[in-house]
Write a protein that binds this ligand. Structure first.
Ligand SMILES: Nc1ncnc2c1ncn2[C@@H]1O[C@H](COP(=O)(O)OP(=O)(O)OP(=O)(O)O)[C@@H](O)[C@H]1O
Ligand SMILES: [Mg+2]
Length: 245
């Protein structure tokens, strides 16, 4: 990331500090494709929080990806027309919508009891949420770990439980992989939800669910956890459409 971009992000965090939300920025956890995640302390409690600061709209990989976007804006508003015509205003609106959608999804899933970081605050393009890890190190993603078989079995069933819980809330992650699951103290946390789709309105939901389940099964098969990905997603989907989840 260029120096200017990082300075812009730090200025944003300064603003959150000025408003009394954040106390300190302890460091960068990771600079990803769409966002940089900072470890901060919360003024009110001193707790560690993660601040996910999104980059500008024009560099977003999926900002114009129609398959994710479908069903997101159902009425033809001035904004949805602006997005379709890819005007600057439209891009800015779509960008704001991704950040907002991620925050909203975290809230829905957290309230439903899913293993996701608890969302704390949303401002501009910053999501403040529970930090997974400790001051010494952030939780590693599953993809960077090799679990032993009993741990792998537990983590696998925990992730499937979370996929099911999310679907019961009409949500499909849509970009689930071992790199979007953090592992800490023997517990999984699913992260990175901006592209999550609403299964009631998005006709790609089932395909995205199959891909999510497939990615997770493929990862765990390396650790000797055998599972039939196609059967799992078929079963989940058929229970979902019969409102049996
Ligand atoms: N709540 C959190 N607590 C601790 N670390 C976190 C938290 N949220 C995100 N991270 C770290 O920041 C990284 C990037 O977060 P996230 O996946 O949400 O953003 P991203 O921009 O999509 O990144 P990527 O392109 O790497 O997928 C994660 O892989 C993880 O290491
Ligand atoms: Mg990610």
């Amino acid at each position: 990331m260029g120096k200017n971009k990082q300075q812009e992000q730090l200025d944003l965090l300064d603003q959150l500090a000025g408003q009394g939300l954040i106390e300190d920025v302890l460091g960068v956890v990771k600079s990803g494709k769409e966002a940089t995640v900072y470890c901060c302390t919360l003024r009110a409690t001193g707790a560690l929080v993660a601040a996910k600061v999104y980059r500008g709209a024009d560099v977003r990989r999926f900002a114009n990806d129609a398959s994710y976007r479908e069903g997101r804006l159902r009425r033809k508003t001035r904004f949805s027309r602006a997005i379709e015509t890819k005007t600057r205003k439209g891009r800015e609106f779509a960008f704001g919508a991704w950040v907002h959608d991620e925050y909203e999804t975290l809230g829905v899933l957290h309230r439903a009891g899913a293993d996701v970081p608890e969302p704390v605050a949303l401002q501009d393009n910053v999501i403040v949420m529970e930090y997974i890890g400790d001051e010494g190190e952030p939780a590693p993603p599953l993809g960077a770990l090799r679990l032993d078989e009993p741990e792998a079995r537990d983590a696998f069933s925990a992730i499937l439980r979370n996929i099911e819980l999310a679907l019961a809330c009409d949500r499909v992650h849509g970009d689930l992989s071992p790199f979007n699951v953090l592992y800490w103290d023997g517990r999984v946390r699913l992260i990175d939800f901006p592209q999550a789709v609403d299964a009631r309105f998005n006709s790609n939901a089932r395909t995205l669910l199959e891909r999510d389940v497939g990615n997770i099964c493929a990862y765990f098969s390396r650790d000797g956890v055998e599972a039939d990905a196609a059967r799992i997603s078929r079963d989940l989907w058929s229970r979902y459409i019969r409102a049996e989840l």
